[in-house]
Design a protein around this ligand. Structure first.
Ligand SMILES: Cc1cc2nc3c(=O)[nH]c(=O)nc-3n(C[C@H](O)[C@H](O)[C@H](O)COP(=O)(O)OP(=O)(O)OC[C@H]3O[C@@H](n4cnc5c(N)ncnc54)[C@H](O)[C@@H]3O)c2cc1C
Length: 307
């Protein structure tokens, strides 16, 4: 069975891994350069490194705990409990460690944006500008609005009930040490979450910080340019810590338009009527990495049941 998976975030990787373990050979396509989607690690000039997407991993289910234990034993995940969130683990040496563990040995095609998905008599034709081929089965794990654009009419349930909060994120490297807690969470502040990235286990860098704006602040400033966002957030960060611009070695910002699921669909995946198309993601079950893993795994199990 030829299977294409759109998206190499945790949902797509969890699905592909389960299918590969059952002897299938799914091809995974993602428009991004690296795997992991919103589980992201930015490497920049001067050897600095930031987890600018998901900050940590939390776990409530036995199934996901088993995966975390295996990833930890393989050196891609480490225990970390900052106390300000439900986080118990982080990827190492960056958050993408978890994605690298799940993606090991898979047939991954990065830099490949799927632009069209068309049902034909022979299966599903995929295009990334150019035709990529015809597949018996397609799994779409893009965020809900992007899944709707690609595959909406073929799905048995509309996804408009799904809502997200955006997140504007600042990455700062300092020339000097800063006396501040490893994490600081204050949802009503403009800078709602601040983490000293370098103190997470296994980080190769010093003095790298990540700050995430609150949902309200992010919504109000969402359409500014990345430079404008970086300037405003850096001012807030420096003011909060009594720092001077000369203390800053590096600063940049990232805009996550679909960051955290606010309203999920309440079921692990959606299919087409003939069940040759599955769609899923964190947007099915909730705002966390574990929800993405659960959706991807449930899709794979459903495909294997009918294969
Ligand atoms: C700032 C921020 C902080 C967060 N903090 C935490 C946290 O501390 N703990 C936690 O558990 N979760 C956190 N999350 C949420 C967590 O990152 C997500 O729930 C999870 O990573 C979602 O995985 P996914 O695979 O469903 O989606 P994604 O990671 O979004 O993956 C979807 C993939 O599809 C690709 N794609 C989309 N369209 C196409 C196309 N047309 N063609 C090809 N590829 C396409 C994208 O490039 C992407 O790689 C955070 C998220 C953000 C943004």
């Amino acid at each position: 069975m030829d299977i294409a998976i759109i998206g190499s975030g945790i949902t797509g990787l969890a699905c592909a891994r389960r299918l590969a373990q059952a002897g299938l050979a799914p091809r995974v396509f993602d428009k991004g350069r690296g795997i992991g989607g919103r589980v992201a690690t930015r490497l920049a000039a001067g050897g600095v490194q930031f987890d600018h997407g998901a900050q940590g991993i939390s776990c409530e289910s036995d199934g996901f705990r088993t995966v975390l234990d295996q990833a930890e034993a393989a050196g891609h995940v480490a225990a970390w409990e900052p106390g300000t969130a439900s986080t118990t683990h982080v990827g190492t040496p960056g958050m993408t460690g978890l994605a690298k563990y799940l993606g090991h040995g898979l047939d991954l095609h990065q830099g490949t944006e799927i632009t069209a998905l068309t049902r034909t008599a022979d299966g599903w034709d995929l295009k990334a500008g150019e035709p990529l081929g015809t597949f018996d089965h397609v799994v779409c794990t893009a965020p809900a609005p992007q899944t709707t654009r690609l595959a909406g009419p073929a799905l048995t349930r509309p996804l408009d009930a799904v809502t997200y909060e955006p997140s504007l994120t600042l990455m700062v490297a300092l020339h000097r040490d800063l006396e501040a807690p490893a994490t600081r969470s204050n949802p009503t502040d403009a800078l709602a979450w601040i983490a000293h990235d370098s103190v997470k286990p296994g980080r190769p860098t010093q003095n790298c910080w990540v700050a995430q704006a609150s949902a309200d602040w992010s919504i109000a400033h969402l359409e500014l340019s990345r430079d404008e966002i970086a300037t405003l957030m850096l001012d807030l960060f420096l003011g909060l810590h009594g720092l001077d611009p000369t203390d800053v070695a590096y600063a940049t910002a990232h805009r996550w338009r679909y960051a955290l699921v606010d309203t999920s669909l309440g079921q692990p995946f959606v299919t087409s009527r003939d069940k040759t198309l599955h769609a899923g993601g964190d947007w099915c079950l909730g705002p966390r990495i574990e929800h993405a893993w659960q959706s991807g795994t449930a899709i794979a199990d459903d495909i294997l049941r009918t294969a």
